[in-house]
Design a protein around this ligand. Structure first.
Ligand code: AMP
Ligand code: MG
Length: 421
């Protein structure tokens, strides 16, 4: 961005904020706001939503002791006698058994309830059926092949605490205790738009000097996967009045406005001035690469002129910067607004398969992958305009300021799977 450098030469450079400091400020601002309303959703729509109240198991799983095998329910003492044992009943899954008569066995199938009196199940492969009854090749251990009541979930156990975000497996767990309606936080309404005179929408011809708006097409699904309801206002031209009008319009009906582009210090960057004209702005230069400029603030003026305020997050325009800063800053902010406490991804210590001899003074988030040897490789071009690096990457290497890396060094690898869900 040559305009930045030209302007920077004539202004005093502010001290860069650390990533952690900027994130703390964002999360504190999010925590200070009221949570979205509580609403109830049907279980089939609960994945990705944030639980609004602790959820306790109304029954045990399994609700009754049952067989883990197709085979025979036995009394161990009878098997130990070495006698052939007659079959006194047949129990399939879903049936209700009789108590097991002493000196007999029950034919039983996977998932079927264990009859009172039986203390083990022997798999059918270990049984020989004769006219006199069943002989067994083995004497089982107590409770062998029996799934105990509550082995998975105990009655009354706290399954989820308020503020947990439900995965697909979590929703399965709720189904296993019969819960059909889930108390969750209402979706955040997020408005997005993209600034730039050069931007063209895919599907349209590309005039000279123009580029396609790529930021729109990753930002929207990332937000939707977070459970946000997105209003997409598309492209806004590099013009103060239009930018301000769009901010005010968006502020009336959304909790958060996220933009990309126009937050640098160039003459064509109007977002900051527009935010200041209808709200408050903190513009941060963050010691992060990619993505130094990140704007944060709020919009207080809008046509509805109620007390409603919309939070504002301005991402840098370079696609890689927008992608990475969304994941590092906007995502945790949005999750915290929904009441999620644990908003930080877990990093893995992995061995580098690359050298990074010229580290930046800023904390870097390098687009990376795990190779077949379990080591981390980098995408060869780490420039902030090269979106292929993000498409290629399976994770980010979180590299401390000025930290050079030699092959074999341990690096902190943050899997993207933890950030894009
Ligand atoms: P800006 O932050 O507006 O100065 O933009 C920085 C760089 O990112 C410029 O090269 C822009 O052309 C590019 N850019 C801005 N917005 C987008 C977008 N939505 N899609 C693709 N590139 C963009
Ligand atoms: Mg621009």
């Amino acid at each position: 961005m040559p305009t930045n450098d030209a302007t920077a030469a004539t202004t005093i450079k502010p001290a860069l904020r650390s990533v952690d400091d900027a994130l703390d400020t964002l999360l504190a601002a999010a925590s200070a706001l009221p949570l979205p309303a509580l609403e109830t959703v049907a279980l089939e729509h609960a994945a990705g939503r944030v639980v609004a109240q602790n959820i306790y198991a109304p029954c045990a799983v399994p609700p009754h002791a049952n067989s883990a095998m197709d085979g025979y329910a036995v009394r161990i003492v009878d098997v130990a006698s070495g006698q052939a044992l007659p079959i006194s009943q047949r129990i399939a899954a879903g049936q209700v058994p009789q108590p097991l008569a002493a000196g007999t066995v029950a034919r039983i199938f996977t998932g079927a309830p264990i009859p009172v009196g039986a203390d083990a199940v022997i798999m059918q492969e270990r049984a020989v059926v004769t006219e006199a009854g069943v002989n067994f090749e083995t004497v089982p251990q107590p409770q062998e092949n029996i799934r105990a009541v509550g082995e998975d979930i105990q009655h009354g156990q706290c399954l989820f605490s308020a503020g947990q975000r439900l995965s697909a497996a979590d929703v399965g767990l709720l189904a296993s205790v019969g819960i059909a309606q889930v108390p969750v936080r209402a979706a955040l309404r997020v408005a997005i738009f993209f600034t730039g005179d050069e931007l063209v929408t895919p599907g349209e011809p590309l005039p000279e000097g123009a580029i396609y708006n790529s930021n729109r097409y990753f930002l929207r699904p990332l937000l939707e996967r977070l459970g946000c309801v997105v209003t997409d206002y598309g492209i806004v031209r590099d013009n103060l009045a239009q930018t301000q009008a769009m901010l005010e319009r968006a502020a009336a009906e959304h909790e958060v406005i996220i933009t990309a582009g126009g937050v640098s210090v160039g003459e064509e960057d109007h977002v900051k001035a527009a935010v200041q004209a209808c709200g408050e702005l903190d513009l941060w230069a963050i010691a992060v690469k990619p993505g130094k400029p990140l704007a944060f603030g709020k919009i207080t003026k809008h046509p509805a002129s109620t007390a409603h305020q919309a939070a504002f997050i301005g991402l840098p325009g370079n696609p890689v910067s927008a992608y990475v800063t969304f994941l590092l800053f906007a995502r945790p902010y949005l999750l915290r607004r929904m009441g999620v406490q644990n908003v930080q991804p877990t990093g893995l210590p992995l061995s580098a398969a690359f050298a990074w001899p010229k580290a930046d003074k800023r904390r870097e988030f390098l687009r990376a992958r795990i190779n077949q040897n379990g080591q981390v490789e980098l995408f060869p071009n780490q420039k902030s305009g090269v979106l292929t690096s993000c498409a290629w990457a399976e994770g980010l290497v979180d590299n401390a300021p000025s930290q050079t890396i030699a092959p074999g060094d341990l690096v902190r690898f943050i899997p993207l799977s933890a950030l894009v869900n």
